[in-house]
Design a protein around this ligand. Structure first.
Ligand SMILES: [Zn+2]
Length: 288
């Protein structure tokens, strides 16, 4: 998970469209975005701790002095635990996310912090774990359910929820005049899709709908910038998981599930989590 590659990319802004920037960050290879308008700028995702958020904030200020708006692609810590820095540096700061991201952070944010800190400690990442302990979880103060538009002055950015996928609160950020779409962890480059809180049966249909709207430049939540063909490929891999889950008997033991998972294109580890999630979901549907 902490494998490092393409070290030349870390911590530098790259302009991927007219006044649209992406910064790949070393921790977890997570991306942050920056969109400049005439009056305001939009920061997309705030990284995984306040130290990391402060580093990102300073990087934003190296590009622009414009007042900032924040958009959070979903409620996972590595995308939103740096938010407090952006809030405290601008008291009226708008922080946008899906309404279920708000609910998740408001209800489970501290629990997530505790769980991630202990996971980091078990992984030997004591310094990062200490940073997690100090995070002031900051839920959004503006929410959307399906669509919202943010006016940055001279350009508009669209926030859109295409359906459940990586989580139930994924929000994509579309910059139509630059043909760029930030999709959060609905796509990951350089790592398998992450299924821990996913809806594997819904995810591929969500990506299929998203394909109709995305620009030619797609910024995933982690890794390098991709294109619509990458979206189609990862969509097919996720559809394979859902198809297999529907065909399997409902109460397979772990050994059988592992064997089936090892044949999936997403890989055995992601596949096992995905199959378990899909089976839970199918069991819920069967009870309705
Ligand atoms: Zn995530």
């Amino acid at each position: 998970m902490f494998t490092q590659h393409h070290t030349a990319h870390w911590g530098r802004w790259r302009e991927v469209g007219d006044r649209v920037f992406v910064r790949r960050n070393k921790t977890l290879d997570v991306n942050a975005g920056l969109v400049l308008g005439d009056d305001r700028c939009l920061v997309i995702d705030t990284r995984g701790s306040e130290r990391e958020g402060l580093e990102l904030y300073r990087a934003v200020r190296s590009i622009t002095g414009l007042p900032h708006v924040v958009a959070l692609t979903h409620s996972h810590f590595d995308h939103c635990f740096g938010t407090a820095v952006f809030a405290e540096n601008q008291p009226d700061c708008e922080i946008w996310a899906h309404e279920r991201a708000h609910a998740d952070l408001a209800t489970n944010g501290l629990q997530q912090r505790v769980e991630i800190a202990s996971w980091l400690r078990e992984s030997g990442e004591e310094v990062l774990a200490g940073e997690l302990d100090a995070v002031r979880v900051t839920p959004p103060n503006r929410t959307m359910a399906a669509d919202a538009t943010i006016d940055l002055g001279g350009r508009q950015v669209v926030l859109h929820h295409p359906g459940r996928g990586h989580t139930d609160n994924d929000m994509v950020v579309e910059v139509p005049d630059a043909d760029v779409t930030f999709v959060g962890d609905l796509l990951e480059q350089g790592a398998p899709p992450s299924f821990d809180h996913a809806y594997p049966l819904d995810w591929a249909p969500t990506l299929t709908r998203l394909l109709e709207r995305v620009g030619s430049v797609i910024v995933p939540g982690h890794g390098d910038v991709v294109d619509p063909r990458f979206l189609m490929r990862q969509c097919a891999q996720i559809a394979e998981v859902a198809d297999l889950a529907r065909r399997l008997p409902s109460h397979l033991d772990d050994t059988d599930l592992e064997w089936h998972a090892s044949r999936l294109a997403v890989g055995d580890q992601a596949g096992l989590i995905a199959l378990r999630r899909a089976q839970e979901h199918l069991a819920e549907l069967a009870q309705l």
